[in-house]
Design a protein around this ligand. Structure first.
Ligand code: FAD
Length: 388
């Protein structure tokens, strides 16, 4: 018997939930998991200082699991290594001079990647000495203990001021899209917290907290639908940028791994199963059509930039890392779909920063992982919760 709860077509998409589940589980998820492990995609360059423009008083989370750990030297791409900065122990990055990297190597390692503005994000795109590299594989997105008023006011500010929840028919499609993207990302973050949860602090025992997954996401069908919507939206952005992503150079100095990244990228971009089953995961051409289209776009762009700025207020380093990465990933998807190539931007070729590409593909992987979890364990949780 099929215990599937979600049926029909994913909102604004061209295929149904069942197709998304089988495409994701059978093809996309395994490809993405491999891709994000390659050196190009596992190192993210980020400014982790607490630089909150809204609540400067917000302190750092004191929990050990909130801290980000520096890349150990042997993990680092060869061209980045700087013997004078070698350190044997893993150190948390915030403010540690040991985490500094020889930035002149950047240009050599990533030839062809440029600094270019993203109108959807608040981040300063220029490379500077406050940025550090983080090995994402060593800093998984999971439970950190970050909760309470600090976390709550960020989500509240995001929803209340920048993308209010809509009731159907009440607001335009474009604002609904922004709400669904944020809600879908929020669902994904909650699913990752629940799927890697500290079950017993004394024993340092980690595992799945199914009750939390149910309470925060699965019991709300719209949160699950928004997760699928966000996944398809980002997938559309990635496939729309196929020409650019195919030709980009994924150089880190490790020839074998760099070729692997390129090959996995091609398999993802031109996947015959995806093209056959779901050729247009989201149709961006339907948006910004009315007379007020350009002003509306400016307004929503400003809202999204605010959301991006709010990430600097996340009071836990590891949550801030993943918050910044994923919001940059969404901002990159928005840029690909709405800020180049369209009728308001004739002749503007797509240009992405290295960090944008890393964020975009890591975000897609996180969403894909969340969908896999919902699909695999959702039905059994729903069943067990019925009897509690
Ligand atoms: P919250 O998740 O804080 O939700 C607040 C309110 O938002 C809910 O009461 C509900 O009304 C609404 N809401 C919840 N989910 C949705 C949804 N999908 N769509 C629409 N509305 C919704 N904690 C970690 O342990 N690890 C992390 O990596 C982590 N990363 C974070 C990243 C960011 C950017 C932020 C802001 C917080 C992060 N947190 C992280 C904290 C975590 O998201 C929660 O805020 C915290 O666990 C407290 O949860 P809560 O039950 O109060 O509900």
């Amino acid at each position: 018997q099929d215990s599937r709860k979600y049926t029909g077509i994913v909102e604004d998409c061209c295929c149904d939930y069942e197709t998304v589940d089988s495409l994701n589980g059978g093809v996309l998820h395994p490809l993405l998991q491999e891709l994000v492990r390659t050196p190009f995609f596992r190192y993210f360059k980020v400014k982790l200082w607490c630089d909150c423009p809204f609540w400067p008083d917000d302190g750092m989370c004191k929990l050990r699991d909130c801290s980000v750990c520096e890349c150990p030297e042997n993990e680092f791409p060869e061209p980045f290594k700087n013997p004078s900065l070698r350190s044997d122990d893993l150190k948390c990055q915030e403010g540690k001079p040991q985490a500094a990297v020889d930035r002149t190597l950047d240009a050599k390692a990533f030839r062809g990647w440029i600094e270019v503005d993203n109108p959807w994000t608040h981040d300063d795109e220029t490379d500077n000495s406050e940025m550090t590299y983080v090995n994402l594989q060593l800093n998984p997105e999971r439970y950190t203990g970050y909760t309470g008023p600090s976390a709550r006011r960020i989500w509240d500010a995001i929803y209340a001021e920048n993308c209010p929840k809509y009731t159907s028919g009440e607001i335009c499609q474009e604002k609904r899209v922004l709400y669904k993207l944020i809600s879908g990302l929020h669902s994904s973050i909650s699913i990752h917290i629940a799927s890697e949860y500290l079950l017993d602090e004394a024993k340092n025992l980690w595992g799945r907290n199914l009750e939390l997954m149910y309470d925060r996401v699965l019991r709300y069908p719209d949160r699950v639908r928004n997760l699928y919507f966000t996944f398809m939206f980002v997938l559309r952005a990635v496939t729309k940028a196929a020409n650019y992503l195919e030709q980009a150079e994924y150089k880190t100095g490790n020839l074998e791994q760099d070729l692997k990244a390129q090959s996995l990228m091609r398999q993802l971009l031109y996947n015959p199963n995806l093209q056959a089953a779901c050729p247009l995961p989201f149709n961006e051409a339907k948006l910004w059509q009315g007379q007020s289209g350009p002003e509306l776009k400016q307004e929503i762009q400003k809202n999204f930039r605010n959301i991006s700025a709010l990430m600097d207020c996340v009071g836990c380093e590891k949550c801030r890392l993943w918050g910044k990465l994923q919001v940059l990933g969404l901002g990159t998807a928005l840029k690909i779909l709405f800020s180049v190539d369209g009728k308001n931007h004739p002749n503007q070729p797509l240009q992405l920063q290295r960090n944008e590409v890393i964020a975009l593909l890591n975000l897609l992987n996180r969403l894909s992982e969340s969908i896999n979890l919902v699909h695999e364990i959702g039905p059994s949780i729903d069943k067990s919760m019925e009897f509690t």
